[in-house]
Design a protein around this ligand. Structure first.
Ligand SMILES: [Zn+2]
Ligand SMILES: [Zn+2]
Ligand SMILES: [Zn+2]
Length: 439
């Protein structure tokens, strides 16, 4: 195995060739990250020189949003043996990679799930005083999913994509933006001023005056300013008051000031009992989600038996090619037929899925092409086909589904023709993504 490696910096440090089993690396050297991102190869290892100090977060985000999203990103030193270890680890994940090789991520979320699957890692939590919640998930950040991540995590748990593996911490957060960076202050219950002084208070029994102790002090004696009584014996003339704070603005004395919290992010001021208690957990990809990623290959094997299957990445290029063709010969048309299954293909009985695929294939011409990207969606490309003819194919398939009692497996059949597609999109991946969501 040779590891496809990109080095962002034109030179290799001294000793690099001696310490690393160089023959294991298929080296590509780039001067800038832009050049690397444009490269045709999907890299497994991306090395930045350690003198780069910190790889900027923005650079990592760009890599994680590109076709290199599964790559290990490392800083390399000349002789620490770390690189050899990384290369070995990359070797260990090859099987998983193979298993999900036909999975084509459509969104950052899918890229992240794929990453978790391939590297068999959890969504771990880190603390940072710079993070608004204090706790944050570095991988969510790297995949640019850090905004509203609580909601994302809730959705993913609901969809059974991820599951918690352990409790990390809990904290109180702002009721409006969930930031944990709060400034606590106490206020006068009468006028809300923060200008308060704490002190020991005395209570004069003869007139009921309550005031800080130093208000009673007169030449080493305690004398009530209000009734002029001398306070000699505690318990007889006076006692200590429960009140212990005085407002320097309105003069109110009180036992308990009001505690409130101001959010340092959105400036919302709230009572402490309004704060939201948040719990932080660590998560992992569920077995089901991992299966879905790898089951693609099983599903795939079914299609591989036919000559009509094409990998999504090439399929998308065909769609674009068709649109280019249309630019040159406006009369050229192709059609796309989408078959939405009632559930992920991997969940069907093998024999049923086989029957379904066989039926679809038997109705195709030699030049028609299949692919699937979502586990419940099959795309059939009908080259050189007018909209009316595509509709005939759709009806024929519909009839056969009925006849073969396969209708319960298919939720929806639709056709799209290239003139329609051309009016709003040019990019193959975008085409399929958009069409799936048009109603
Ligand atoms: Zn806030
Ligand atoms: Zn006050
Ligand atoms: Zn008094």
């Amino acid at each position: 195995m040779r590891v496809n490696t990109a080095v962002v910096q034109p030179w290799l440090p001294d000793g690099f060739r001696e310490t690393v089993n160089y023959s294991m690396l298929e080296m590509h050297v780039f001067n800038t990250l832009e050049e690397l991102l444009d490269a045709d190869v999907a890299f497994e290892l991306i090395l930045f020189h350690s003198q780069n100090e910190n790889i900027a977060l923005e650079d990592i985000k760009r890599i994680r949003a590109s076709k290199h999203y599964l790559a290990r990103i490392e800083l390399f030193e000349s002789d620490d043996g770390k690189l050899q270890k990384t290369v070995n680890e990359i070797g260990l994940i090859q099987q998983r990679k193979q298993k999900s090789s036909h999975f084509m991520a459509q969104s950052q979320a899918e890229r992240l799930w794929h990453f978790l699957y391939i590297w068999d890692v959890e969504l771990t939590v880190t603390k940072s005083p710079l993070a608004s919640r204090y706790y944050f998930y570095p991988l969510l950040q790297a995949f640019s999913l850090e905004r509203d991540y609580e909601q994302l995590i809730r959705e993913w748990c609901k969809e059974k994509k991820i599951e918690p593996t352990g409790f990390v911490a809990s904290y109180f957060a702002c009721k409006s933006c969930l930031a944990s960076q709060l400034c606590f202050t106490d206020h006068c219950p009468e006028c809300h001023s923060q200008n308060l002084t704490s002190s020991d208070f005395l209570h004069c029994f003869s007139c009921g005056n309550i005031a800080p102790e130093d208000h009673f002090m007169q030449s080493d004696q305690l004398i009530c300013k209000q009734c002029k009584a001398k306070l000699r014996h505690i318990g007889i003339d006076y006692d200590r008051a429960l009140e212990n704070e005085i407002c320097n603005d309105c003069g109110a004395v009180f036992q308990q000031s009001h505690l409130s919290a101001e959010c340092m992010h959105c400036e919302t001021i709230q009572e402490t009992d309004e704060l939201v208690k948040c719990s932080v957990y660590q998560y992992r990809l569920t077995k089901e989600a991992g299966m879905q990623l790898s089951e693609f290959s099983k599903y795939d094997a079914m299609f591989h038996k036919t000559d009509h299957y094409i990998k999504p990445i090439f399929y998308c290029r065909f769609l674009e090619w068709g649109l280019d063709m249309k630019d040159i010969h406006p009369a050229y048309e192709y059609a796309l037929l989408s078959v939405r299954l009632t559930q992920a293909a991997s969940l069907f009985e093998k024999s049923e899925l086989n029957r379904l695929v066989k039926m679809l294939v038997s109705n195709l011409r030699k030049t028609d092409m299949f692919t699937y990207i979502e586990p419940d969606m099959i795309w059939i490309l009908l080259p050189n086909t007018q909209a009316d003819d595509a509709f005939i194919v759709q009806n024929r398939i519909d009839d056969i589904l009925n006849r073969e009692r396969l209708t319960s497996h298919v939720k929806e059949l639709r056709t799209f023709n290239s003139s329609f597609i051309k009016t709003w999109v040019q990019d193959g991946e975008v085409i399929l993504d958009k069409l799936q969501n048009t109603h």
